[in-house]
Design a protein around this ligand. Sequence first.
Ligand SMILES: C[S@@+](CC[C@H](N)C(=O)[O-])C[C@H]1O[C@@H](n2cnc3c(N)ncnc32)[C@H](O)[C@@H]1O
Length: 400
Amino acid sequence: MSKRNNDFFRKKKDWSKVKDELLGCYLKPYISKILHTRKPLIYVDCFAGKGKFEDGSFGSPLIALKIIETERMRSSAENPKIVSFFIELNHADDLQKNLDSYPYAKVIHGKYEDRIENILKEKEGCNIFLYVDPYGIKALQYALFDRFANGKFYSVELLVNMNSFGFIREGCRVFGVPFKEDIVLSELIEYEPTYMDRSEKSKRELDAIAGGEYWRRIIEAYKNELIDGYEAENQFAEQYCMRLRKSYNYVLNMPLRIKRGQRPKYRLIHATNHRDGCLLMVDNICNRWESLRDIQSRGQLELWGETTNNQIVDDKFVQEKTKAFFSQYSVWISLHDGLADFFMHNGPICSTKDVKKALRKLENDRRLEVIREPVLTPTGKKTKFMEEDKGKRVKLRWRR
Ligand SMILES: C[S@@+](CC[C@H](N)C(=O)[O-])C[C@H]1O[C@@H](n2cnc3c(N)ncnc32)[C@H](O)[C@@H]1O
């Protein structure tokens, strides 16, 4: 184990705070909703760490367990069942100690890539949530993600931290291409970075991580100076998400930056087959923006509020994007299907509320036709809601 690995748990860094904030805030509404499926939830933290940092801050396992406990107590679902597993290669003993107050939490000592399939065996019909937060890229075997999607589970969701710049650097290394943007990675502070050599075996290892050979063309374009390192990272993240979309209907690519105005350096990727899970994640990101700004205002981080091209996201921008996207629909589409497709196309650039506001304007301007169910309120007035909830349905179509 490298010294840097041990350093990681000394003091919780801003990067980790952001990841934990997003994980924790998503888990609350996710668990509350998923328990109503009446199917067990299997929660797996695949790279769990020590559970607690030396400065006393909670790591992802304690954050998740606290939420699991609260949501289980609060849930009105009948007999809610949640089983949680925490896989850790290097710090399983510390983790076990730190999770003492949760005797039902199962600590698994070993490698995620060796243990996960056994954990998920005989969990057919369950809801599966996997938090995948490795240091480097080496343990991210793409084939496993396909296998999870094809398992006979009730639902599967993945939240993956992907060091996409680290991947590009290694892609350059295996082809002997100098990587000029190494400065980006020195700002990121990598713990146990993955280093590859120039062998065919390393190339195949990168294929296995990426889920295909598409990354090789990106390195070729970088080598020929057709794109710079930022564009290479962007293209890799996009194509990685497209690859995931072969198995998961909804994949969100969430860029994280270190400083305002800079390009993203790191990606959080959320994959699910459930439309509403995707919309929940979009709103989670947008709702957390204020608290994430506190971390950022110390000069460390900038996340959303600008697109990956540093374009400002304001009402006008959302209005234009909404018009451009929904004007494609000449046949009826449900509001939530349309919203999920909007975010698949544009990324999580704003909240679902912002897009609904833009849709209302298009309706008022008579550009969009809307059918609501129920049509009338209990007092006999025409309904005007722009939401799909218990007993409320909305369909949209561009006016011809
Ligand atoms: C980025 S840290 C996880 C931090 C954790 N999410 C938290 O919030 O505290 C990655 C962890 O994965 C562990 N690890 C490294 N390789 C692993 C593997 N192949 N399988 C499981 N755990 C591994 C490391 O020891 C480290 O504790």
